[in-house]
Design a protein. Structure first.
Length: 634
């Protein structure tokens, strides 16, 4: 697809947004996606996890006292409207602020038809369907110059003028040498954004936007403002309060010191799973992606399609422009617009290269094996549910496609790499909130070099701290030869903040732990091969970690004993169970060409049977008890 085609596609998405609001033309969207911009979404998810009642969860999250920036409309069975508003959001002319209009049906759920409530501001009105006893949402961007919100249903009408308050304007000039992520809020929690920047919120309800290198000016209210600046995991944050007067301008210059510098030792960081448009009501351009990448200090970033229930893509295409440190495209924007509905099992694997001063070229990359999932109690995220962080149930746990490739595909014979592929969904969490670092061993930064490092297992994953491990002088991905009785010196170190516990893992589980930032241990080799990997754990609330407990994990150092790789019968059985589950899934829910279902399903089951034979062989050849990692205190 050429640049003109891409422009036309983006224009089509904008028309869909204007006509439909949230979504990309799908015939139906689950409730939680339609509420992606709701300012109380986190508490709603917490309530839904406990009760399963979406409308009840919305009522509980709003509470008895309506919060600022929210309009609560009780809708009777006949369409009559009862309106309550929270404290008004301050707004200035030309700078819209967000207001949530929550519709709460008071009708008996067992009686009465679905109603459509028309909600609008500034001349843009859209209908919101609401079932009897249910709840609906319309999120509005209300300009201070036109602050009236209109609501109508079944002949009943209301005009609301007290949800937004016009206030004197001031200006804020934000400067950063390399680009940054900013959050600007007033005393009511209202968000202020740079012109043209995508308006995003993270999992903790904090608004944010990214700026290019240099200076950006935005209109704000006169009065106290809280300003936070950040640049990914590797740099310190800036937090301060400014108070411009009417028509005054305040300057904020962000020059962050480093917390740590993995690139100085050859490690480059990437976010391999970015749903650029996952908030569902924004149409973003690859230049927005480049701005986010620079603002987070990422060397590489992969854009991933994320349609919900229809064939249209939420990300404009599977290919993004190659960018250098300046973020300027080096060539045109090729976009693959073919419908693809299997995004849950297969994602585009192309990375735009670049990052902070590191040129590179675009190309294909495999995302690496993903670790097992870990979720908080309830999916509590500000702008969507999703995976918070993928923490291994045990190192080496991988998804079904990777198990198949390792058995019969292009990765046959490769060692599994427990690489976290954290999903960054701008609008849910900032790009790069969880990232994978790869050791390039002196190679210039490129997608190919990064791919090679992942396949070799030279990786560390983190959502905040920097973690290192050394086994007899070798780091992640190394393969050591050893004999029974050999003693291996292991050292792990973590830098950053928020870490409570540093752990050394092996095939049998936890081998050693430390409550400090360093760990030293001696492992005595038994009769079987083994692997050794480090992990760091912490709690919630670290300012450099967005939306998840603090976590980092290295890929293993592998130790072959007598030329034999690590092999565990119970691990082979675990792989067999995963493949059996995949088989049942595709037989019951797989989508195939109706005229060729038997043929296509048969081809897939043949591949799964070949993979199963591989792991049955591994189970049969695994010898002796699981004794591959004796250890002494270090």
């Amino acid at each position: 697809m050429n640049r003109l085609d891409a422009t036309e596609m983006l224009a089509r998405y904008r028309r869909l947004r204007d006509e439909q609001g949230f979504g990309w033309g799908e015939p139906a969207i689950p409730d939680m996606f339609g509420w992606a911009r709701f300012s109380r979404l986190g508490p709603v998810f917490d309530e839904v996890a406990a009760s399963g009642d979406w409308a009840g969860a919305v009522r509980a999250a709003v509470g008895d006292e309506v919060p600022p920036g929210l309009v609560l409309v009780a809708v009777a069975a006949d369409g009559a409207l009862d309106v309550r508003t929270g404290a008004p959001r301050p707004a200035v002319a030309g700078s819209p602020v967000q207001v949530d209009v929550v519709l709460d049906s008071t009708a008996d759920p067992s009686a009465g038809p679905e109603l459509v409530v028309r909600v609008g501001a500034g001349g843009r009105v859209a209908g919101v369907p609401i079932a009897a006893g249910g709840a609906g949402l319309r999120t509005l961007d209300v300009d201070g110059a036109a602050p009236v919100i209109t609501i109508g249903c079944a002949g009943h009408h209301r005009a609301i003028a007290d949800a937004v308050e016009a206030v004197p304007a001031a200006a804020l000039r934000l400067t950063s040498e390399h680009g940054a992520r900013w959050s600007v809020t007033d005393a009511t929690g209202g968000a202020w954004f740079a012109p043209g920047a995508p308006r995003k919120w993270d999992a903790a309800d904090r608004p944010f936007f990214h700026t290019d290198p240099g200076t950006t000016e935005l209109a704000v209210r006169a009065g106290p403002l809280r300003v936070v600046a950040a640049r990914g995991l590797e740099f310190e944050r800036l937090e301060l309060v400014v108070e411009p007067g009417p028509d005054e301008r305040v300057d904020v210059d962000y020059r962050p010191p480093r917390r740590f510098d993995p690139a100085a030792a050859g490690w480059c960081g990437a976010d391999l799973h970015v749903h650029l448009n996952y908030s569902g009501d924004q149409v973003l351009h690859p230049r927005d992606a480049a701005r986010m990448q620079r603002g987070e200090g990422l060397h590489l970033m992969q854009l991933t399609a994320g349609n919900f229930t229809g064939p249209s893509r939420a990300t404009p295409g599977t290919r993004a422009p190659t960018t250098r440190g300046t973020g300027r495209p080096q060539r045109g924007l090729p976009v693959d617009s073919r419908p693809r509905r299997d995004h849950h099992l297969r994602a585009p694997c192309l990375l735009p290269a670049g990052g902070p001063g590191r040129p590179g070229g675009a190309g294909a990359v495999g995302g690496g094996a993903r670790a097992g999932r870990r979720r908080r109690a309830g999916p509590g995220g500000r702008r969507g549910a999703g995976v918070l962080l993928r923490r291994p149930r045990r190192p080496g746990a991988v998804p079904p496609p990777a198990l198949v490739r390792a058995a019969v595909g292009r990765d046959r014979g490769h060692r599994h790499v427990p690489v976290l592929r954290a999903r960054s969904r701008p609008g849910v969490r900032p790009t790069g909130w969880g990232r994978v670092y790869a050791q390039l061993e002196g190679a210039p930064l490129s997608v190919e070099a990064f791919t090679d490092a992942i396949r070799a297992g030279r990786t560390v994953v983190t959502n905040g701290p920097w973690l290192e491990v050394d086994v007899d002088g070798s780091g992640p991905g190394a393969v050591l030869g050893a004999a029974p009785g050999d003693r291996l010196a292991v050292r792990a170190r973590v830098r950053g903040s928020g870490v409570d516990r540093l752990v050394l893992h092996g095939p049998g589980g936890e081998l050693a732990a430390s409550g400090t930032d360093a760990l030293e241990h001696v492992v005595t080799v038994g009769g079987e091969g083994l692997w050794l990997a480090a992990a760091a754990h912490g709690g919630e609330g670290d300012p450099h970690t967005v939306g998840a407990p603090v976590f980092a994990h290295t890929s293993p150092v592998y130790v072959d004993v007598g030329g034999r790789r690590p092999a565990r019968a119970e691990s082979a059985r675990w792989c067999l169970a995963v493949l059996d589950g995949l088989r049942g899934l595709v037989e019951e829910h797989g989508r195939f060409d109706p005229g060729r279902r038997a043929e296509q399903l048969g081809d897939l089951l043949d591949v799964l049977d070949r993979a199963r034979a591989f792991y049955l062989g591994a189970e049969a050849t695994a010898e002796g008890p699981r004794s591959g990692s004796g250890h002494d205190g270090g």
